[in-house]
Design a protein around this ligand. Structure first.
Ligand code: PLP
Length: 424
């Protein structure tokens, strides 16, 4: 019954240090966000104690009357949010949502089409040593060399040649909207299922600021912790006719007991995502990404050999292209880390450098938009990033000046002020 700090000071100290890191730096990893206090409260609740194998009303354990209410709320809310016919809210993560969806639709050895990892796809879309690459016959599609957009002609051609059972559309590093209608036409032509993994842009879809894949896809998977801003987890949406197959692929196919504390947190996040405040935040997320892309396309940055993939963005992230820059992805990530901005390096399509170094940065705006950043602050942070990346003589002095600007921004938008900062 001792509180964490008293019972386990080592873990408590690391949690406190992480809180301080989040509060004092600018989080720009495109897949991260700050979840509301109410979501964390639900996730940190007694629900973590409960076994509830099965589904609401059909459980393999007693005492599920309250978790049934919670899981049904999560299901109803996410169906309403995205206009979906059926939802499974039990996948522990985005990767598990994809694994279960594929398990429902495919047999081992079946052919799938997915966007190549090196061109912005996710591990679960067919990477060689991921389950998806080991279990299924993967045919990757790509972006065009000319404009770095997904090549729908290639998708159609590969589909006609390889007759896949499933086409996966979705991405982890891509800054443009996909043409869901075109994917649907190709899937129909070859008799394939279409699965859209909207993990990255689900929040934009919920806010009505990005086309929805739901009318086009047989199955839509997502994480709940990226633009959607909820707890870490996954969801599968589907047509009603596939619901039974998908439910049995999640449990007992892939998972045992659902994480009802996380499902409660998902329910809270779906409630938040239906509100006007959430929509306004997603708009600032998009505006921030456009401001950042604009700054990184300016002449002073271009002179350093740095540009933006596809010449801009339509989503919550910007992909910085360092292929013609002396600075590589690792060095660029380190530079921004030194000024207090957290991003991740990322391979770009046709990257001449090895993946561990890479020639790209992926920079996202969801977490800063959640923190309250608007146009003025995004202009300032975009300028700090541009100054850090273009500088040929970047050293301690320059880093310190930029770090001061970052600290000023972070200080003006306190994060989780109700939680104590042991360093503050
Ligand atoms: N799908 C996409 C498109 C992703 O970008 C990610 C995460 O990066 C996932 C799935 C996997 O989600 P998780 O990390 O929750 O397993």
């Amino acid at each position: 019954s001792l509180p964490l700090g008293a019972f386990d000071p080592e873990v408590a100290a690391a949690v406190g240090a992480e809180l301080h890191r989040q509060q004092s730096t600018l989080e720009m990893i495109a897949s991260e966000n700050f979840t509301p206090a109410a979501v964390m409260e639900a996730q940190g609740s007694v629900l973590t104690n409960k076994y509830a194998e099965g589904y609401p009303g059909r459980r393999y354990y007693g005492g599920c009357e309250h978790v049934d209410v919670i899981e049904q709320l999560a299901i109803d809310r996410v169906k309403e949010l995205f206009g979906a016919e059926a939802a499974n809210v039990q996948p522990h993560s985005g990767a598990q949502a994809n694994a279960a969806a594929m398990f429902a639709l495919l047999d081992p050895g079946d052919t799938i089409l997915g966007l190549d990892l090196a061109h912005g796809g996710h591990l679960t879309h067919g990477m060689r040593i991921n389950y998806s690459g080991k279990l299924y016959n993967v045919v990757p599609y790509h972006v065009r060399a000319s404009d770095l957009r997904v090549d729908m002609d290639e998708v159609a051609e590969l589909a006609r040649t390889h007759r896949p059972k499933l086409i996966v559309a979705g991405w982890s590093a891509y800054s443009r909207r996909l043409d869901f209608a075109a994917f649907r036409r190709i899937a129909d032509e070859v008799g394939a299922y279409l699965m859209v993994d909207m993990a990255h842009f689900a929040g934009l879809v919920a806010a009505g600021l990005h086309p929805s894949p739901v009318p086009y896809a047989d199955v839509v998977t997502t994480t709940t912790h990226k633009t959607l801003g909820g707890p870490r987890g996954g969801v599968i949406l589907s047509r009603a006719g596939l619901a039974k197959k998908i439910n049995s692929a999640v449990f007992p196919g892939q998972q045992g007991g659902p994480l009802e504390h996380v499902i409660a947190a998902k329910a809270v996040a779906f409630k938040a995502a239906a509100g006007e405040e959430f929509r306004e935040r997603q708009q600032r997320t998009l505006d921030g990404a456009r401001i950042l892309a604009g700054r990184l396309l300016a002449d002073d940055v271009a002179e350093a050999g740095i540009t933006v993939l596809t010449g801009g963005t339509e989503v919550h992230l910007v992909l910085v292209d360092l292929r013609n820059s002396a600075l590589d992805g690792q060095q660029a990530e380190d530079r921004l880390h030194r000024v207090g901005i957290t991003v991740n390096r990322n391979a770009v399509p046709f990257d001449p450098r090895p993946p561990m170094v890479s020639s790209g940065l992926r920079i996202g705006t969801p977490a800063l938009a959640t923190r309250g950043f608007g146009e003025t602050e995004f202009r300032e942070v975009a300028d700090v990033i541009a100054e850090a990346l273009k500088d040929e003589r970047f050293g301690d002095g320059r880093a310190g000046l930029l770090r001061d600007r970052v600290e000023k921004l972070a200080g003006a938008f306190p994060l989780y002020p109700h939680l104590s900062d042991p360093h503050g």
